[in-house]
Design a protein around this ligand. Sequence first.
Ligand SMILES: [Zn+2]
Length: 236
Amino acid sequence: MPTDKPFDPDLLDLEAHMRHIVEEIERSGDDETVGVAETPAVGERAGGSQGIEHAVRDILTEIGEDPHREGLLGTPERMHRMWLELTCGYQVDPDRLINGAVFDVGYSEMVVIKGIPFYSLCEHHMLPFFGTASVGYLPRGRVIGLSKIPRVVEMYARRLQVQERMTQQIADFLQERLNPYGVGVVIEAEHLCLAMRGVQKGGATMVTSSVLGTFRSTKETRDEFMAHLERAIPRV
Ligand SMILES: [Zn+2]
């Protein structure tokens, strides 16, 4: 049952909490979810064991900490919950995500959504990288509900990632599901594994892009997309 009450994760058991987050990504608030099957219990899909707790206690011991001191007593359980949340993109069902939100229309001008914020984890260090994603496509008679594109980004961000692959996955997903004339995705992100480790290089931004179809083959299309990204968002 939908509720507008503030969501307090600590009041729910982990499985219900995870199901809530996955459904948040799969379903936009404005969706009519018609004919959606019962969600499988997330606990059955991932993370039902105490393995993460054990591993976190081992890590704490290995770095010279005492997992039994008061401040750390709840840490393994918190990290178990947190890791499942931060990687819940693996549990998101792409069919449920776009369910009922792809429309046949005559519109054939470029659609651009820019500055979609995201948080992900680099798979090399499991440290955050975060920034914004901008997505454009040139419809071939089919469009996707605007609220869905940030959810596609979220589905791929909430996994262990490398920025290049995440960029490609978002582009491939839209190309496959919408069959547009072309797709462009640009991601700008800061990586904490660069900022926090070794020589301090905080503030450096990595930019990756993936262009498919006419975004790759036609300079005018690519230029139009890039011009949209450079334009400031108008203030209303
Ligand atoms: Zn890294």
